[in-house]
Design a protein around this ligand. Structure first.
Ligand SMILES: [Fe+2]
Ligand SMILES: [Fe+2]
Length: 380
């Protein structure tokens, strides 16, 4: 009996981990064929700004030398929204043998919101690829699957380095190197076709920040974007706030007309307030929530909005940060409880300032009082 797996996704764009997963699936599931299938429009994502043809062409380049892989334009040709249940039923009826469907483990918790999950599972077996186990609670998902559908999923092990299409898009937008993330031919294709270019905000950031700070900014954007949906925030606002949060890090406040540094403001806080001023007065941002997310990303304040909290937290846990306890904070951020992660970050920040005997801004004290102390009193 022939064994076929479908590897669907937006592939916007394809990256090295996709290739590693495909190879791993072929080996671990003993496949005769792996069908790589870009969606026309992913039901769970925004209408893609990159055309289906570009995504398809990049997949052809990425998989040209991988045996047993066929890149299919079935969903693209079909047009409209790509629903997995229709695709798996089509292939189950056309092909003989056993069918598997690969999904990123991060999709498991949303599987119940897919159209007709029972029909999907009666046509195929779901195979989740492990992405380092950092973002998914497998035990919980397994229990949910068995309770809801009476059928388990297969977990493929060892997906290689954790990579993401978001990372390639954000890095490319900021002019950072993407050659370690996707094959050279794909990098060349992105360049030649002018894909994933930035807007006026990323252009401003590119001119204002050195390479190291650009990488940090990209990482904050990526971390913040991982949470916008769960927190019910607007993706565009999250992206702009994260992109601009450190825009004034290398600007001397004395050179900015109309901005004066309050005498009680500790030096590390200044760039956040100056950044908010620049976003408002030089970049024409009128949305107060975005401006406040930039202004309070270092100090925090009482009654921070969800967006403010997200940027504050993403700034502290982004992938490039190295300090004791950061791994634990990342786990909280991705896996369990955003609010607990935020308050823990606030405590860390306070402890750090106390240890270093640095002055503490009154807004930070207010934030601590409001989010940590009040919570502790409530919990007692
Ligand atoms: Fe900052
Ligand atoms: Fe930052």
């Amino acid at each position: 009996m022939e064994r076929t797996a479908i590897f669907g996704g937006s592939f916007n764009p394809v990256h090295n981990e996709h290739i590693a997963i495909a190879k791993m699936a072929i080996e671990q599931l003993k496949l005769d064929r792996l069908i790589v299938m870009p969606t026309y429009i992913a039901p769970h994502k925004d209408a893609s700004s990159t055309s289906a043809e570009h995504r398809f062409n990049m997949l052809k380049l990425a998989f040209e030398k991988v045996e047993k892989v066929e890149v299919s334009d079935y969903e693209i040709k079909k047009g409209g929204t790509s629903y997995t249940y229709l695709t798996v039923e089509h292939f189950k009826n056309t092909l003989n043998g056993e069918l598997f469907f690969l999904v990123g483990a991060d999709m498991l918790k949303d599987f119940k919101t897919w159209r007709y999950p029972e029909r999907i599972l009666s046509a195929c077996t779901l195979c989740a690829f492990d992405r380092g186990g950092e973002t998914t609670d497998y035990q919980l998902e397994r229990q949910n699957f068995i309770n809801n559908y009476g059928k388990d999923f297969i977990l493929l092990k060892g997906g290689g380095q954790k990579q993401s299409s978001t990372k390639i898009r954000v890095y490319n937008e900021l002019g950072l190197d993407i050659t370690l993330q996707t094959p050279k031919k794909v990098c060349d294709y992105i360049k030649e076709n002018g894909l994933y270019l930035g807007d006026k905000y990323s252009e401003f950031i590119k001119k204002s920040l050195p390479q190291k700070r650009l990488v940090h900014t990209a990482n904050v954007v990526i971390s913040a974007l991982a949470k916008y949906k769960e927190l019910g925030l607007d993706k565009r606002k999250v992206r702009i706030s994260a992109m601009l949060h450190d825009c004034a890090k290398y600007i001397d406040p004395k050179t900015v007309e109309g901005f004066s540094v309050p005498s009680d403001m500790p030096a590390p806080v200044v760039h956040a307030f100056l950044g908010a001023f620049i976003a408002k007065n030089y970049l024409g941002i009128t949305d107060e929530d975005i401006i406040n997310a930039i202004r309070y990303h270092t100090s925090g304040r009482a009654k921070m909005s969800a967006l403010e909290k997200l940027i504050f937290t993403a700034d502290m846990i982004e992938d490039g940060r190295v300090y004791e306890g950061v791994e634990q904070l990342r786990k909280l951020f991705y896996l369990t409880d955003f609010d607990e992660c935020f308050t823990t970050c606030l405590k860390e920040e306070m402890q750090h300032l106390l240890n270093k005997k640095q002055p503490i801004y009154f807004e930070t004290l207010n934030a601590y009082e409001y989010f940590v102390k009040r919570k502790e009193t409530k919990d007692e």
